[in-house]
Design a protein around this ligand. Structure first.
Ligand code: ZN
Length: 149
């Protein structure tokens, strides 16, 4: 179990130190900033839709924050970039739900990949808002663009 925790920590640190999804899309079709006063994390999400407006063709995050908030934003970009908006909305709900629900979510590193590592944050309740920040910001960006469902 400790080995798994170490592995989760490695994944989080790797995403926060060498994020592939960091940047700002300009121009963009949707954007939103999120702030977590508990930790001081600031994240800005920018996204572009495809021509039909049905998919999140490109997605990026920028900002300043702790390793968890940055890793979570980077994992989100890698998971959602290129997906249909329907799938994006569904995934946002699933991930924020799993991070905050009472019962322990069932996650498997082999199946859920980096998302499993992100769920390791649940062991530190004070840091859960760091992990949900980017996801809520993307949700807000979609809502502001009239794509919230
Ligand atoms: Zn934080």
């Amino acid at each position: 179990m400790d080995e798994l925790q170490d592995l989760y920590q490695e994944i989080i640190l790797s995403h926060s130190r060498r994020p592939r999804g960091e940047g700002t899309l300009d121009p963009c079709d949707c954007s939103e900033e999120g702030y977590n006063p508990l930790c001081g994390d600031l994240v800005k999400i920018t996204g572009r839709f495809d021509e039909q407006g049905n998919a999140l063709e490109d997605l990026a995050f920028s900002g300043e924050g702790c390793a968890i908030s940055r890793a979570s934003a980077d994992i989100m970009v890698s998971m959602l970039k290129g997906r249909s908006l329907e799938e994006v909305r569904e995934r946002i709900g699933q991930v924020t739900g799993k991070l905050t629900q009472q019962e322990e979510p069932v996650v498997d590193l082999a199946v859920d990949g980096d998302l499993a590592a992100l769920m390791g944050v649940r062991k530190f309740p004070a840091r859960i808002k760091c992990a949900t920040l980017a996801w809520h910001a993307l949700e807000g960006a979609l809502r502001a663009a009239g794509k919230a469902e």
